[in-house]
Design a protein around this ligand. Structure first.
Ligand SMILES: Cc1ncc(COP(=O)(O)O)c(C=O)c1O
Length: 412
């Protein structure tokens, strides 16, 4: 037994030496190879590769600023803290709408209440969290009534389908994350897309204007991507994942340990042809990887079926989630704590989504209004995530299911 064996908590795609070698070959070394992959895969008029998902959202918001005179964007209460930072940096105010109880969808009554009587709301960001398609139809009427733009946060959901339509093509603008652990990866990267032909040129112009070459940043990312290829495997992942976490924990910096501390001066620069080529090479395995993730998720979901006090968040019957991890909700906070304690040091890739509702991060208090997001708070306090990593084997899935089943019977 290797005590350092560590399964990554999310299903990042592995990268091999042959992928890097292929990226050097003349055939794939076209500057727009990865843009074309996104465009073809999603069948949208415009797609651009960015240095992060956050930068992609920033480009969308800066573009929106020239299209709309309204200056507020609504975000969900349970979302990556980078989202409000991008919105704010682009010059918009942030408004927060709580999610529903026990789901990542908006509470649509609250969304309507926020929008009615206000004329400053330009857009709403919907989030396909955990690769589970957001229920777009539940907000359609509010969006139409108040003339809102819809921005899709597809950071965790490349390849997911909502009622047969690929996420990223439901709203007016969308963005994807290509960060480490997000499936297809450039180590740090993203994609900005629009489904609206009339805004394609504006997005392209903004991307060119805001993302300029930066040789130092980009060289660093190339090295990090090569490092990812070497270390993103269970034998070595502990050293790049748990070790930094332990370092921050020892310093008492819980949010840094959880990788939930960010600043508004996130990097903005263009992505080199080499990194895009690596993304292009791996794009061809996207559907296979998603099928593999879904098969693992399905084993986990089946294994947890009927366990008392445990609820698994799953796709709706008409949708296809990508499940980069499986999100599980306990019925009480104490049970989440106990589960995290039991799985600590197991190396089985058990983690949590976000520690807090977005309005509860102290360091965001200048950017995010203080709202009572009780449903998001409750989800943060009760959720854990189970990995669907490429590296997770059947024995490990069985062990996870067994431990959850013990937890369920001992706790209730
Ligand atoms: C839901 C969600 N939105 C936005 C982001 C930001 O993406 P990136 O890390 O590529 O900037 C992330 C990634 O952490 C995310 O998970």
């Amino acid at each position: 037994m290797n005590i350092f064996r560590e399964i990554p908590p999310t299903a990042g795609f592995p990268l091999h030496a042959k992928d890097f070698l292929s990226a050097f070959t003349a055939k794939v070394r076209q500057d727009d190879c990865l843009e074309k992959d996104f465009k073809n895969y999603l069948d949208v008029p415009s797609a651009h590769i960015t240095c992060s998902g956050t930068a992609a959202l920033y480009i969308i918001a800066k573009t929106l600023k020239e299209i709309s005179l309204k200056r507020t964007i609504i975000i969900p209460s349970f979302i990556c803290p980078l989202v409000p930072l991008a919105v704010k940096r682009a010059g918009f105010d942030v408004e927060v709408c709580d999610i529903e109880k026990d789901s990542f969808n908006f509470n649509s009554d609250e969304l309507e209440a926020i929008c009615s009587g206000r004329d400053d709301i330009a857009a709403v960001i919907i989030n396909h969290l955990a690769g589970i398609p957001f229920d777009f139809d539940s907000i359609k009427d509010v969006v139409k009534k108040h003339g809102l733009f819809v921005i899709e946060d597809c950071a965790q959901a490349l390849g997911a389908l909502y009622k047969g339509r690929k996420v990223g093509t439901l709203g007016d603008f969308s963005f994807f994350s290509l960060a480490a652990g997000k499936g297809l990866t450039l180590y740090e990267g993203g994609a900005v897309l629009t489904n609206r032909m009339e805004y394609a040129t504006a997005i392209e112009d903004k991307t060119k204007q805001l993302l300029q070459g930066n040789i130092i940043n980009e060289s660093m990312r190339v090295l990090q991507l090569i490092g990812y290829g070497a270390f993103y495997r269970p034998e070595l992942f502990w050293f790049v994942f748990r070790l930094p976490e332990m370092f921050w924990d020892l310093q008492g910096k819980k949010l840094r340990a959880a990788r939930e501390y960010f600043t508004i001066d996130f990097p903005l620069h263009s992505v080199s042809r080499f990194r895009k080529s690596v993304g292009h090479v791996t794009f061809s395995s996207l559907n296979d990887q998603i099928d593999r993730q879904r098969a693992k998720a399905s084993d986990i979901i089946e294994g947890l079926k009927g366990l008392k006090g445990i609820r698994v968040l799953t796709e709706a019957p008409h949708d296809r989630a990508t499940y980069p991890y499986v999100a599980v909700l306990f019925d009480e906070q104490a049970k989440q704590k106990r589960a995290l304690e039991m799985f600590k040091n197991s190396g089985l890739g058990i983690s949590r989504i976000y520690a807090l509702a977005v309005s509860d991060y102290d360091y965001l208090s200048d950017f995010v209004p203080d709202r009572n997001c009780s449903n998001a708070r409750s989800v943060a306090d009760r959720a854990i995530t189970l990995s669907t990593s490429f590296f997770l084997d059947q024995n490990e899935i069985d062990k996870i299911v067994q431990t959850m089943s013990h937890l369920s019977s001992s706790l209730f």
